[in-house]
Design a protein around this ligand. Structure first.
Ligand SMILES: Cc1cc2nc3c(=O)[nH]c(=O)nc-3n(C[C@H](O)[C@H](O)[C@H](O)COP(=O)(O)O)c2cc1C
Length: 413
């Protein structure tokens, strides 16, 4: 089979079928209105992903509370947002009824921005801090996630993605660094309680076999004491707990997982391979394969970090262009059984029509992500996010921001 046949073959997730193997990664774009509802910009972005024929779309990190959040104009999922979200989903489904969409539910915890919200922590970490969360507060956060899941269901989403990656609250609780002696810390049994209780409560709360529940997980956070390390301050990788988490969530009804690595503050490049380090993408394949081997064959594993592969012009060495392009590499990863779908993050900004153009034989027209990281800079600066390289309106915004605010010195939150 050639790569087009592989990438355009359908795949089952739970009781759903995706039309192809393209997954639009959750990508925060800081463009909601003041109540956390989608705006014109949000509509345009997702319309394009639907028109571009991504088989499976993950709606960017949508916060279950506006009390603690990372972005000033972040999408929110609280009772007041139900109607606007329902309208939004209805509109998207009218564009392409077969495209599946899940909402990535999140709480930002220690990544919350104190300038406009409350930074909270399970155990203060060097360089961040925040108010120490009590057991009752975490119990309440679980209630908020369950409520948000029901809102997602009522709004017409096909499911949810529980965000256990990149250092947001889900990962903060799980990581060995959380050795505080409390209901949600210390022994793995306590650190995994949040994830497992959440999963069980949501399954029961939505009570619908067709409602997809999955999770994007940083299987290795990439700093001492982070998820996937051997102890509270250990720099050594140990994936025992990460594998247990995946299996534990699967046993409780998760039907898909998105592989990820890293942390937005401490180890950004593991999350998003930058221009001069495209080979970091290979690390992701190792972890996706590990997930695939650990889980049941029917559980869908989605791989990450495909943007650096681009077309036939990339910076990968020792490999012929025909084999290292995004499509060739993606199809290879699927046919070798390392993963079931390929996730496109920054590439979905550069060209949301990537899957459709492949299907229609218009590969030459595809615009490939340059990993310039200007989208990331817009996000860090709390501005609406999009592709600065190929979208004029974001290019102009970026120029303006650089003029008024100067160059960003550090590219992390
Ligand atoms: C501007 C921006 C926003 C992002 N927002 C999210 C998000 O909301 N949730 C998430 O899990 N990952 C988020 N990510 C990470 C991507 O989903 C993805 O994992 C990462 O960019 C690697 O994929 P890529 O090489 O295809 O870009 C974001 C990345 C960028 C650059």
């Amino acid at each position: 089979m050639d790569y087009k046949e592989i990438l355009w073959s359908p795949v089952r997730i739970g009781n759903h079928e995706c039309i192809n193997r393209f997954f639009a990664q959750p990508m925060e774009c800081v463009d909601s209105d003041t109540e956390g509802n989608p705006t014109e910009r949000t509509y345009r972005r997702y319309e394009n992903l639907y028109k571009g024929n991504f088989g499976f779309v993950d709606l960017e990190a949508i916060t279950v509370t506006n009390e603690s959040r990372a972005r000033k104009t972040q999408l929110e999922i609280m009772p007041r947002n139900e109607k606007p979200l329902a309208k939004f989903i209805k509109h998207l489904k009218s564009i392409h009824p077969k495209v599946k969409i899940v909402f990535q539910l999140t709480h930002s915890g220690e990544i919350s921005e104190p300038e406009f919200s409350r930074r909270v922590t399970v155990k203060p970490i060097y360089g961040k801090g925040g108010d120490l969360l009590t057991e009752e507060e975490v119990d309440h956060i679980i209630d908020q996630f369950v409520l948000s899941s029901k809102i997602a269901q009522a709004a017409g989403a096909d499911g949810i993605d529980l965000k256990f990656c990149h250092g947001y609250l889900g990962s903060q609780i799980l990581r060995p660094y959380n050795d505080r002696k409390w209901k949600y810390g210390g022994a793995w049994e306590n650190r995994s309680r949040f994830a497992y209780d959440l999963m069980e409560r949501i399954r029961k709360g939505v009570n619908d076999k067709n409602f997809l529940i999955g999770s994007k997980v940083s299987v290795w956070e990439g700093f001492p004491g982070g998820c996937g390390s051997a102890g509270p301050d250990s720099p050594l990788m140990d994936l025992t707990e990460s594998i247990d988490l995946l299996k534990g969530l699967e046993a409780r009804g998760a039907s898909y997982f998105v592989e990820s690595l890293g942390n937005v503050h401490a180890s950004m490049n593991y999350m998003e391979a930058v221009q001069d380090e495209p080979y970091l993408a290979y690390l992701h394949f190792y972890f996706a394969n590990m997930m695939k081997q650990a889980l049941k064959p029917e559980t869908v594993v989605i791989g990450s970090s495909f943007s650096p592969f681009r077309g036939k012009k990339n910076k990968l060495l020792f490999i012929a262009p025909g084999k290292s392009s995004l499509f060739a590499m993606g199809a290879r990863c699927i046919s070798d059984g390392m993963m079931d779908m390929i996730g496109l993050g920054r590439q979905s900004f550069a060209d949301p029509f990537t899957p459709l153009k492949l299907k229609e034989g218009r590969e030459e027209e595809i615009k490939y992500c340059t990993q310039c990281m200007n989208c990331e800079e817009l996000m860090i600066r709390q501005q609406p996010v999009g592709c600065v390289a190929f979208n004029k309106s974001y290019a102009e915004l970026f120029k303006e921001i650089r003029k008024t605010m100067g160059k960003l010195t550090e590219l992390h939150t």
